[in-house]
Each structure stands twice: as structure tokens, then as C-alpha cells.
Design a protein around this ligand. Structure first.
Ligand code: APR
Ligand code: PHB
Length: 397
């Protein structure tokens, strides 16, 4: 016997995409349920990037969840690129009139959960065997198991916000779905440490021994990364080794200001570029990591997901409130145009800033020449800046 549930939009996945979508829909009076194979504690514990574009901040403001973000977030007006010890500041604000906000994705997720719980959102956590069905019909459904009981959700639309490993994308027939992928031959080892950041702005550094990134979560908590072997285990990176590599890659001048301490989080993430097309199949919409992955250089993952959700919520709200399906019909093409531009930027910055084992001496010189060009040209710096602060929501603009 199944438990039957009815809603307007069934949201699969309770990461930032699914949470923000449910929040924006609820504010417009559209009913949704959210299900996730994990639970709130697990989801909030995932450490991810922490740089929010202006458009992301606007979306969180519109969603009514930006109070803590404005109190605790740190506005950044610039970002540094470094190459073998030479540093070049990209003046984000001077070049674009915009800045970014440093605020951890974990905190964004917590703020969204708080708002959804306060609002009485219906959540189903720790679910298994999620199956979206009848997606081409006007009455799709989603089946799942929770605590050994069967559930069947009947809805108008299914929002696939279930990340890269989710089931939503897989529900699109292989004759329809096209995927594009680029795997990078290295990973990022990241640590969190309760020491003040080495620099008050982020530093992305390319050094002969590999990439390093100095980021932060607050004035007293730093988030640092080094490029590592794709097959490395964190056990190969005791703190001593991390600090040694990190200081070398930042260069002596910057490292002189580095405060070291015991890390309290350490993890390795692979780097991947991935896009799935289309992002709509019948009454299923994909949003966020379910449809695309970017390498973390540039911190676009969350920002891209938020842009998708802004367009998806607008499409659904127009449908319910005005009977207008124009945005539903153009969702996939509109979103993908922007997605590919952001993929391009993340790929370009990753290609510029890492040591690739397969790079010939010629390609190494090309990287150096590109850095020198950016450092010497305001136009080239502006290109980086306008991408870093975030492209407009509508890519055709
Ligand atoms: N059924 C239900 N839920 C699922 C399933 C499934 N089969 N598969 C995955 N999920 C859930 C995951 O447990 C996770 O909580 O979907 C959620 C997807 O969340 P994210 O991976 O965070 O993806 P998204 O919300 O699109 O976030 C985009 O945030 O998490 C980062 O790297 C990500 O920066 C990117 C941005
Ligand atoms: C982070 O703070 O974790 C971070 C910042 C910038 C990036 C990636 C990660 O490009």
C-alpha cells in the first residue's frame, strides 16, 4: 500500500537548488514538497565554496533569507591572481562596479533550511529508490521509499535538484540526453583552519609545484586549497606537508604573513566540467549540479545553481499565476546559454591556474603569457572581473 501525496511541484533534492526553489515558490504561493536521500544534518555538514555573486545575493534577498548573510558576509572588491610569485590584483569593483560576497555555502544552506522549516515546508528525508514517472504526461509522479513505506507523489512538475549523482537526469531517455564532460587530471585538497586569512582578499596562485588558493570563511577562519594528485588520499597530506606546499606555492612574500595551525577539516575533491542537455524533458526540469558541474576555480557551482533556480521559479510562477508558459518553454535554452558561458570561464581559469602533467614547455609558456597579458591589460582584467562577479541572468543580454 502506498501513501499518496499531492503537490504542484515535487522537488527532488534538498541542496541549495532544491531549498531555494521551494522557498521562492512558497513566497509566490506555489505548493511544493522536497525529498532527499540524506537528512538536514548531513546536508548542512557538506563543506563547499564560499563566494557569492551579486546576483546570488539578490536572489537570497528576494527569497527573504539574506539577513545573516548581510550581517556576517564579507564584501570583497578584488581578487588576486599569482604566477610563480608575481601577483596581480583584479580590481573587481573598479572594473565592473560590482563586488562579491564571501559567505560559506554551508551557511546559505542553513539559512534556507531555517526559513523552510519556519514556513512549515513538507520535507521527506532519508528516502530511497526515488523514481520519477510519466514525465511526458500532464500528471507526472514520483515514487520513493521512506522508513520502509512506499510513497507516491502526484504533481504537475518535477524539479530535478538532486545533484550530479541524482536520478532525475537519468530519467531522461538516452536518445534525448546529450552530455559533455572534461575531467581534470588532478584534485583539490582543502582545509579549514581557525587562523586569520593570509590576505584580506582571495589569492589564486599558479606555481611550478601546482595551484594554491587562499580563501576564507571569516576574519578568523581560513579556507585553503592545494592542487593534489587525483589518486591522493587525505592521509597522504598531514598538516605539516600541507603548510609546506601551501607556503611554497604562495611565494615567500605572501607566506611571510601566513599563520599556521591545526586543520579541523580536510577533504579532496576532483575537478570536472560537465553539462547535460536539454535541461527540460516533458514536465521534468533539471537545475544546479543535476545538469552541470564546474571545476571550483572561480567558485561558480552555487552561483550557477542559483541562476537556474531564479529562472525556473519565474517560469513556474508565471505558469501558476498568469497561465503564461512562455518561460517554461524557453527554460532549457535560456539557462543553457548562460551555463555554457560560465563553463567556459571556469574552464579557462582552471586551465590558466593549474599545473597539467601533460603540458609541454610551449603550453607552459602560453599560461605565463596569458597571465602577463591579463596583468598588463585593463581590458583582459575586465574580462576576468565581469565573469568573476557574475554574468547577467539573461545571457542574451
Ligand atoms: N533522491 C533524492 N535526493 C537525492 C538523490 C536521490 N536519488 N540523489 C541526490 N540527492 C540529493 C543529495 O543528497 C543532495 O542533498 O540531492 C541533493 C543535491 O544537492 P547538491 O549536490 O548540493 O546540488 P545543488 O543543490 O544543485 O547545489 C549546487 O551547491 O552543492 C553544491 O557543488 C554544488 O556548488 C554546487 C551547488
Ligand atoms: C572557498 O572559499 O571554498 C572557495 C573560494 C573560491 C573558489 C573556490 C572555493 O574559487
Amino acid at each position: 500500500m502506498s501513501n499518496f501525496v499531492k503537490t504542484q511541484v515535487c522537488i527532488i533534492g534538498s541542496g541549495p537548488s532544491g531549498l531555494l526553489l521551494s522557498q521562492l515558490l512558497a513566497k509566490a504561493g506555489v505548493d511544493s514538497i522536497v525529498l532527499d536521500r540524506k537528512n538536514r544534518g548531513y546536508i548542512e555538514g557538506r563543506v563547499r565554496a564560499g563566494v557569492l555573486e551579486r546576483g546570488t545575493v539578490t536572489a537570497l534577498e528576494e527569497a527573504g533569507v539574506a539577513g545573516r548573510l548581510h550581517a556576517e558576509g564579507i564584501p570583497h572588491h578584488g581578487v588576486d591572481l599569482a604566477f610563480d610569485g608575481d601577483r596581480h590584483r583584479i580590481d573587481l569593483f573598479g572594473l565592473t562596479g560590482k563586488s562579491v560576497m564571501v559567505y560559506g555555502q554551508t551557511e546559505v544552506t542553513r539559512d534556507l533550511f531555517d526559513a523552510r522549516f519556519k514556513d512549515g515546508q513538507q520535507f521527506y528525508f532519508d528516502v530511497e529508490d526515488v523514481v520519477p514517472l510519466d514525465l511526458k504526461s500532464s500528471s507526472p509522479s514520483v515514487q520513493f521509499l521512506m522508513a520502509g513505506q512506499k510513497y507516491a507523489v502526484s504533481c504537475d512538475y518535477v524539479a530535478g535538484c538532486d545533484g550530479y549523482h541524482g536520478v532525475s537526469r537519468q530519467a531522461i531517455p538516452s536518445s534525448v540526453l546529450r552530455t559533455f564532460v572534461r575531467e581534470y587530471p588532478f584534485g583539490w585538497l582543502g582545509i579549514l583552519v581557525d587562523k586569520p586569512p593570509v590576505s584580506h582578499e582571495l589569492i589564486y596562485a599558479n606555481h611550478q609545484q601546482g595551484f594554491a588558493l587562499a580563501s576564507m570563511r571569516s576574519e578568523t577562519r581560513s579556507r585553503y586549497y592545494v592542487q593534489c594528485d587525483i589518486n591522493d588520499d587525505v592521509s597522504a597530506w598531514p598538516d605539516d606537508r600541507f603548510w609546506q606546499e601551501f607556503s611554497t606555492r604562495l611565494g615567500p612574500e605572501t607566506a611571510a604573513d601566513l599563520q599556521i595551525g591545526d586543520s579541523f577539516e580536510k577533504s579532496i575533491a576532483p575537478l570536472r566540467s560537465f553539462v547535460a542537455e536539454p535541461m527540460r524533458y516533458g514536465n521534468l526540469f533539471l537545475a544546479g549540479d543535476a545538469a552541470h558541474i564546474v571545476p571550483p576555480t572561480g567558485a561558480k557551482g552555487l552561483n550557477l545553481a542559483v541562476a537556474d533556480v531564479r529562472l525556473l521559479s519565474r517560469a513556474l510562477i508565471e505558469h501558476y499565476k498568469k497561465g503564461n508558459d512562455a518561460y517554461i518553454d524557453t527554460y532549457s535554452t535560456d539557462v543553457l546559454k548562460r551555463v555554457w558561458k560560465v563553463e567556459r570561464f571556469s574552464w579557462q581559469l582552471s586551465t590558466l591556474m593549474h599545473q597539467f602533467p601533460e603540458n609541454s614547455p610551449f603550453e607552459k609558456r602560453m599560461q605565463r603569457a596569458e597571465f602577463d597579458y591579463i596583468a598588463s591589460s585593463e581590458s583582459a582584467s575586465r574580462v576576468i572581473a565581469e565573469n568573476y562577479v557574475g554574468l547577467p541572468l539573461h545571457s542574451q543580454l
